[in-house]
Design a protein around this ligand. Structure first.
Ligand code: SF4
Ligand code: SF4
Ligand code: SF4
Length: 326
């Protein structure tokens, strides 16, 4: 075999496998075509926890034990029995609502239904799935092998494993659209948005919710705004309230590729325990690196196939030459 043929065959194989962009193979996923979600406005939340108990009712979740009593709404954090929780931010004397210093506010924790979900990316058996139309991230126990990768892949510590069950499963909010519930597929809103008396948890399409959030931010502090309640496409109630001193930041517009559940607040999000996230999703980076590794592992096999082809061609040519000379 000629040296020039060897180099050509190897280079051609490498070109097929490794493009220059392979190490960062894909950008963030885009929001689903008809993405639905929720807007949580912390300045409207009064901490009544109607959303917590409604979530338990809709999802048939048991109460938690508080002291010697069973409670439907006093869970302090997410758990396999609680998929939606209201937490309290307090500073100093905690005198005024929505004030960073000596103030307090409420913050919701539940699955953010990421646009480019880490839990889906790391699940080896597609037990976590993002609906291509609605963007809702659901869990499928029948496929789950209990590896708990999704717990590590989620930047918000959302998936919860049932450690105290013999055949434990993962539990997380599925936006009230899992098998047996399917409120969204049936034209209903989420249980938490339906129960929320103030519109602090508002249901709608991601596009409309983002527009609504930007509209609130664009207004001057103290101006009167008509806040909708329930489903933004058909609110069942409005109430007037002065615009607070919003942080000019919609959590979930861009973080890690964005989320379908977005938050706005008068208190900076780092104070509310949100994680520091860049705009690039970890899923897009991890999958890029992963694909590069697979590609480079495939390279020797493809180079070998190329070499075999060239060697076979040379042998055939030699045989033909010898046949011709005899
Ligand atoms: S625990 Fe289940 S859902 Fe989570 S990553 Fe493993 S297989 Fe997927
Ligand atoms: S918040 Fe966590 S569990 Fe929910 S979609 Fe995002 S990565 Fe998955
Ligand atoms: S129901 Fe609404 S106001 Fe009440 S705690 Fe939940 S989000 Fe806040």
């Amino acid at each position: 075999m000629k040296r020039r043929d060897f180099i050509k065959a190897t280079a051609a194989s490498a070109a097929v496998v490794c493009g220059p962009e392979t190490a960062l193979a894909r950008p963030n996923l885009e929001p689903a075509e008809n993405a639905v979600g929720m807007l949580f406005d912390s300045t409207l939340c009064v901490g009544c926890k109607a959303c917590v108990s409604k979530c338990k009712e809709v999802n048939s979740m048991p109460p938690v034990i508080e002291g010697d009593k069973l409670s439907w709404d006093s869970a302090r954090d997410l758990s396999p029995k609680t998929l939606n929780v209201i937490k309290v931010y307090k500073d100093g004397t905690a005198e005024s609502k929505d004030q960073e210093v000596d103030g307090f506010c409420f913050e919701k924790r539940s699955c953010m239904h990421c646009v480019d979900p880490g839990c889906v990316s790391v699940c080896p058996v597609t037990a976590m799935r993002r609906d291509p139309l609605t963007g809702i991230v659901t869990y499928h126990a029948d496929a789950c092998i209990g590896c708990r990768n999704c717990m590590v892949g989620c930047p918000y510590n959302v998936p919860q494993f049932e450690y105290d069950e013999a055949f434990g499963q993962i539990q997380k909010c599925q936006m009230c659209n899992q098998a047996g519930v399917e409120r969204i597929n049936n034209g209903q809103m989420t249980g938490c948005a339906e129960a929320c008396p103030t519109g602090a948890t508002l249901f709608g399409t991601r596009k409309e919710l983002l527009k609504e959030a930007k509209q609130r931010m664009a207004m001057k502090e103290g101006e009167i705004y008509n806040y909708p309640r329930g489903d933004l496409s058909k609110p069942d109630h409005y109430h007037e309230k002065a615009i607070p001193a919003y942080q000019q930041h919609i959590w979930g517009e861009k973080e890690a590729g964005g989320t379908n559940v977005m938050h706005i607040s008068a208190i900076p999000f780092d104070k509310l325990g949100m994680p520091p996230l860049k705009e690039r999703s970890s899923a897009s980076i991890a999958e890029g690196v992963q694909h590069s590794i697979y590609n480079y592992l495939a390279l020797p096999a493809i180079a070998l196939a190329g070499l075999s082809f060239v060697i076979r061609k040379n042998i055939n040519e030699d045989t033909e030459d010898q046949g011709g000379n005899s």
